[in-house]
Design a binder for this molecule. Sequence first.
Ligand SMILES: Cc1ncc(C[n+]2csc(CCOP(=O)(O)OP(=O)(O)O)c2C)c(N)n1
Ligand SMILES: [Mg+2]
Length: 333
Amino acid sequence: MTASLTSGERLALLERMLLMRRFEEEVISAAAAHKYIGRNHLYIGHEAVGGPALIQLGARDVTHSTHRNHGHMIARGVDPGKALAEIMGRVGGLCGGRGGTWHMTDPTKGFGSTSAMVGGSIGMSVGAGFARKQQGEGVSVALFGDGVLDEGISYEALNYCSKFSLPVLFLCENNSQEGAHITSMLAAKRLTDVPASLDIETHVVDGSDAEAVHETVRQALAKIRADSCPIFIETQLARWPGSHQMRPEHTTGVTDVTLAWDETRIAGEHDDWVRSHDPIRKYAAKLLSSGAATKDGLLAIDARVKEQMAAARAYAEASPFPPAQTALENVFA
Ligand SMILES: Cc1ncc(C[n+]2csc(CCOP(=O)(O)OP(=O)(O)O)c2C)c(N)n1
Ligand SMILES: [Mg+2]
């Protein structure tokens, strides 16, 4: 067990990760029911990164994210109903239904913005880090994928933060592992070679191991807060087989928590991902085997999460689309 986590905190972390997963399953279900039009990038398979990392942030910390952002929003405690309503383009959404999946924001939860631009979040995080340094409080967290390091803005962002010792945590989700769909075009052998060459401390951690991520991020945040310096963490992930579908699908099936104790029922085309890489199944199984959780306890957590998501869906569906005559409101040019 990670020294820094109590049994209660471990169960709370699993519950948050499961909420992130069930949120995406609700997005898939809403898309299948034609409740909205548009493309999404689901966060399934990354829960052991965003969950343990963002659950540690406080009110003065700020995050910026990418196209694959839903899990980040839920991990930070954003209201799932308002987030779902935003994705569905409804008035009751976080941004009144104007931003959609790619431009969600919630300043009340320290969520600056998400960005559809590959590289958008890393740039915005420098500004937020600069502001935090000026104010003498808080950390800026840049959430981004491996593909971002191909973009020129990354070099400038990393260099600036290093040169001016800004309190920025660069949290990279590298899902370009061998044999999978590759999103990195970087010529450097290791992603961490880039920040290391700019004198930034780097770490690499297994992105499917919730407690390993929690501990790496915990130590990094403590150092950033104490010394005001940037730190770069690369999390390595096995890409979820459904991560780049045009229409969101239950590619590996709807999550079944009982598979945490009954592997014999794992089946289907992507059984290997479920067996070896699903971070939720992995963490639930770990909590069971260590005695921190019981089967009934896991089922109770899942029931609570399902109830929360049913309420979120009901809220989103009850919210109307913005009236046509408001189309020019909040338009600056
Ligand atoms: C500047 C820019 N170039 C290209 C795209 C198209 N695009 C959308 S997602 C994506 C891949 C991004 O890879 P990564 O950052 O590793 O995220 P992943 O989807 O693998 O989680 C690309 C190229 C974009 N949105 N923005
Ligand atoms: Mg990627």
